[in-house]
Design a protein around this ligand. Structure first.
Ligand code: GLA
Length: 401
């Protein structure tokens, strides 16, 4: 859908023109999975698909939510902002508006708004459609509710970086409070801080980050969709967060730590036996290994050692399968088929897991064979049809009009 078509859809929905338009991307994580809420590093990229928001003020004191993807519409008085029941999709936006006001005492919501959302991130694919919606809303409503501060933030590159980090934190808090997923900051951060043709090497403890060029001569980042929807809010994600807390508590008896990601692989050999809970031990082992793999992968990319980068991606999948137990038959089928293809440097699940997508590095000349072979193997094993996208790495959230 073009932005002209979105504008026309807004006019049709509300009988007048949209005053502003914003876009925020989804993301794919190259490596560093389930490390963010453990104080570790991640390495995601923003994608060219994401969420658009068109908006105009209204005189009615009501927030009207419509979406070109969802049938359900909502009309919520600005004096009654609170989580809506039945997993209402407007929660991802409403939460951000609420959290802006709570994080910034100077922020004021002075009128109602007519809002229209459109997203083209494949639904349930684990490519952060919800983070895109949160960050696009946070971008739009920070500007509406505290224009002075946003103008200041947008006045230079350093302050703009701080602003973008703030947008990510607003989105993450919304996910915690309005969707009940105790996620880390990776998805919202990638959506806010993305940069074309770069990945973001982010330390999720300090929030320091670096944009690293993704230069892959003759190699593409290919996303494969299981079409087996991931259920991030199904409880399994929050269970992993809790199991990691258990590991931190038990390790802290012999070595006080705040986060699992503080442990090096040498530390691990010393503290491992302090974890008495066998599940927590497996989870912690993944995190310690994944943090080391992520650092090694970033170094490899910087040196152009793409084959090694690919090997680390594959090792990441194995650890997520065996120790973190978040892959499941569909993601395993896709990754295992990809590993057999000549011209694949590495392949792994990306995002929360339990369905969703894999990410693979594939030589350009092997892409057609990759799609045919992996698609056929996947269908044979699962009865499902996979979809493939060659990723375009895009910029973070932006105002378009
Ligand atoms: C989801 C969460 C992220 C992160 C990943 C796993 O995408 O939203 O914060 O934990 O899972 O790496």
């Amino acid at each position: 859908m073009t932005t002209q078509e979105m504008n026309a859809a807004f006019e049709q929905a509300y009988g007048r023109k949209a005053e502003k338009m914003f876009f925020s991307p989804g993301r794919v994580n190259l490596i560093g999975e389930h490390t963010d809420y453990n104080g570790g590093c991640v390495f995601p990229c923003a994608l060219s698909f994401g969420a658009w928001l068109l908006m105009s003020k209204n005189e009615d004191g009501v927030l009207r939510f419509k979406s070109l993807n969802m049938e359900q519409t909502y009309s919520i008085p600005i004096s009654e902002i609170k989580p809506q029941a039945d997993r209402a999709w407007c929660n991802y936006a409403l939460g951000c508006i609420d959290i802006i006001a709570r994080r910034h005492p100077e922020a004021k919501l002075e009128s109602g708004y007519d809002l229209l959302y459109y997203g083209n991130v494949p639904a349930g694919a684990g490519l952060s459609s919800s983070a895109a919606m949160e960050v696009v809303t946070a971008r739009a409503f920070t500007e509406e509710m505290m224009k002075g501060l946003v103008d200041e933030w947008m006045s230079g590159p350093e302050s703009e970086k701080k602003y973008r980090t703030e947008l990510a934190l607003i989105g993450q808090a919304c996910e915690h409070e309005y969707a009940g997923v105790m996620c880390g900051v990776m998805d919202q951060f990638a959506s806010a801080q993305g940069k074309k043709d770069h990945a973001i090497y982010l330390n999720c403890d300090t929030l320091e980050f670096e944009h690293v060029p993704v230069k892959l001569e003759g190699i593409k980042v290919v996303i494969s969709n299981t079409h087996s929807p991931h259920h991030l809010d199904s409880g399994a994600y929050n269970d992993r967060v809790r199991q990691c807390h258990t590991a931190v508590e038990q390790i802290s008896k012999v070595k006080p730590i705040k986060f699992l990601a503080e442990l090096t692989e040498e530390d691990w050999a010393q503290v491992e036996s302090a974890i008495t809970d066998p599940i927590a031990k497996k989870r912690a082992r993944h995190v310690v290994g994944e943090v080391a793999r992520t650092a090694a992968a970033v170094e490899a990319l910087k040196k152009g050692e793409i084959a090694y980068f690919g090997e680390l991606m594959t090792a990441s999948h194995v650890s997520l399968r065996d120790d973190y137990e978040v892959t499941g038959p569909e993601l395993d089928a896709l990754a295992e088929a990809a590993w057999q293809v000549e011209g694949v440097l590495g392949s792994r699940m990306t995002g929360g897991g339990f369905g969703g997508c894999t990410v693979s590095l594939v030589k350009e000349e092997a892409i057609e064979h990759f799609k045919a072979f992996v698609g056929a193997e996947y269908e044979k094993k699962t009865g499902l049809k996979a979809d493939f996208y060659v990723a375009e790495i895009g910029d973070g959230v932006t105002r378009l009009a």
